[in-house]
Design a protein around this ligand. Structure first.
Ligand code: CA
Length: 236
């Protein structure tokens, strides 16, 4: 990764959960950063997210493309969580592979990536039931945030059949001063995009911005595990 790219990462169990089922990979040497959110309601969410993190890390380190690495992780976790298994489990993943200032982003589920530079732009589209309703014009974003089924995923690693898995991808390039935020829904469930944008705009230091984001999510209730990674290209 080029040396004008900085990063900061934090994960917090939150205030209500007894386990942190989120996992992350922070590998600046590889340019690989990812968050994974083990599914609540599934017995072994922490195992699923950790497996996804390890498998994707291993595959990317071995030279595999991001999408292929995610598909490989799904196949493996399905093998352990499939029909009749005593270990039903699932996980989201949102991963970025940096090559200099260019990024390739791939995700499954509702963990998100945003681009920030004063303002905030969401790069990912949640694979959720409520997002489909938003896309069809049946709900607005605020209604989606409050919907009783807001956590219902349409896709997850370890749950979705291999031939039905749709790994979404986006590529782009960070301009000087621009950054990426990867996060699990423990952040976006507590803070809306305006809150997040405000915190990122007011705090120039990545470490302290990461801490402020987690602190605000906890102040807001901390109902879920919170995990986030900030990546930013230095300003000129
Ligand atoms: Ca979560």
């Amino acid at each position: 990764m080029s040396d004008d790219i900085r990063h900061a990462a934090l994960s917090d169990i939150g205030r209500r959960r007894s386990r942190n089922e989120d996992s992350m990979v922070v590998e600046p040497e590889l340019g690989l950063f990812l968050v994974a959110d083990g599914m609540g309601g599934h017995e072994h969410g922490d195992v699923a997210s950790r497996l996804a993190a390890e498998l994707i890390h291993e595959a990317v380190a071995g030279g595999e493309e991001l999408e292929g690495a995610i598909r490989r992780a799904n196949r493996h976790i399905l093998g352990q969580s499939g029909a009749g298994s005593p270990f039903p489990m699932g996980t989201t993943v949102c991963a970025v592979l940096m090559n200099g200032p260019t990024y390739r982003l791939a995700w499954v589920g509702d963990s998100r990536a945003y681009r920030f530079n004063g303002d905030l732009e969401r790069l990912t589209t949640d694979h959720t039931y409520v997002q489909e309703l938003v896309d069809r014009g049946h709900l607005n974003d605020r209604q989606a945030r409050e919907h009783p089924y807001r956590n219902m995923l349409l896709q997850a690693l370890g749950v979705t059949d291999q031939d039905e898995l749709q790994v979404a991808e986006v590529t782009g390039e960070l301009a000087p001063g621009e950054g990426l935020l990867l996060c699990t829904d423990g952040l976006t469930g507590e803070l809306d995009d305006d809150d997040i944008s405000g915190i990122l705009a007011e705090d120039g230091d990545l470490e302290s911005a990461a801490k402020t984001l987690v602190d605000r999510a906890l102040e807001h209730g901390g109902n879920d595990n919170v995990t986030l990674i900030l990546i930013r290209r230095d300003a000129m």
